[in-house]
Design a protein around this ligand. Structure first.
Ligand code: MN
Ligand code: MN
Length: 309
């Protein structure tokens, strides 16, 4: 393949401007199989801000990741031409303007025949990514790892924020509710009526107790059964317990471990993945050692490997 991470025996891992896993930075997505792209936007957050700083820090913390995945038995850079195309310049002053920029930016990547691997940003940015990808692939299956359902209706009268992207996506017909599965849901809700939309649209919701009680292998089977056809994976880092991932905007206790998160993503290999994202990393609230960004970088690597399997 044309593009490979910089060789760590020739250039130390901590040297040179940070790109994802020390891949080349290219501006033209033509010829790529997968494009790593940042969306530094957090204008859709409802509580602690800072996810706009996610892409930079996750790139910095990705420097240590080696390129062979023993668990998925894949060397992604030998199978796929992957590069870091930098960030989409999402205007910070307007969520609608951000959505236009993201839809155009992802549309250009998909139009060049590359699959986007998106680094957020808050979860509101998944909606314009899905718009661009559905235009090319038709209605998508979605696998959502999250503490929160993100299918609420509105917030302060606004239709767009990080709690509504998947309701909007289903309303717009770009995500198929019957091929939509949420994993890791927990935390106090507004009421049982929060799940009315799930019942109406046939959404599969796996709460964190089910994950822990049934085990990873059974859950991976559920995911693979539901997410048939062209599929998008969205990983909200708050699916993971704040003990492992404190650097996020709306933390919920009692979540996945880092290892459970890795194993769940490893189970996605062979799905028809048209794109994926990792969102909601807020480095401003991270713990010592930048542990949340280290985890996010590794989950992006696991997603890339799942795309390569
Ligand atoms: Mn979310
Ligand atoms: Mn969340």
């Amino acid at each position: 393949m044309t593009h490979q991470p910089r060789e760590s025996f020739k250039s130390p891992r901590f040297a040179q401007p940070a790109t994802f896993m020390r891949l080349p930075h290219v501006t033209d997505p033509h010829g790529l199989d997968v494009a790593i792209v940042g969306v530094p936007f957090d204008g859709g957050t409802s509580y602690r801000p800072g996810a706009r700083m996610g892409p930079r820090e996750i790139r910095a913390q990705s420097s240590l990741i080696r390129s062979y995945n023993h668990f998925q038995k894949v060397a992604p850079f030998d199978r796929l031409n992957v590069a870091d195309v930098g960030d989409i310049d999402a205007p910070p002053v307007s969520i609608e303007k951000c959505y236009d920029a993201v839809e155009a930016g992802i549309g250009a990547i998909a139009g060049a025949g590359a699959r986007p691997l998106v680094v957020g940003g808050d979860h509101s940015i998944s909606l314009p990514v899905l718009r661009a990808l559905a235009r090319r692939h038709g209605p998508l299956a979605v696998v959502q790892f999250d503490a929160h359902i993100d299918t609420w209706d509105e917030y302060f009268g606004g239709k767009y924020f990080h709690g509504t992207p998947f309701r909007r996506a289903i309303e717009e017909g770009i995500v198929d509710g019957k091929r939509f599965i949420q994993v890791g849901i927990r935390g106090p809700m507004y009421g049982e009526s929060d799940f009315d939309f799930h019942r109406e649209h046939g959404i599969t919701m796996i709460d964190v107790d089910q994950v822990k009680d049934r085990g990873i292998a059974a859950l991976v089977e559920d995911i693979r059964r539901v997410a048939a056809g062209p599929a998008y994976v969205t990983f909200d880092i708050d699916a993971v317990d704040p003990a492992f991932a404190p650097g996020t905007g709306t933390p919920e206790v009692g979540g996945l471990t880092s290892h459970e998160a890795q194993r769940l993503v490893r189970g996605l290999g062979g799905l028809k993945l048209v794109g994926a994202d990792v969102v909601e990393v807020s480095p401003l609230y991270d713990g010592p050692g930048q542990i949340t960004s280290v985890l996010a970088a590794n989950l992006l690597f696991e997603l890339l490997c799942a795309m390569a399997v």
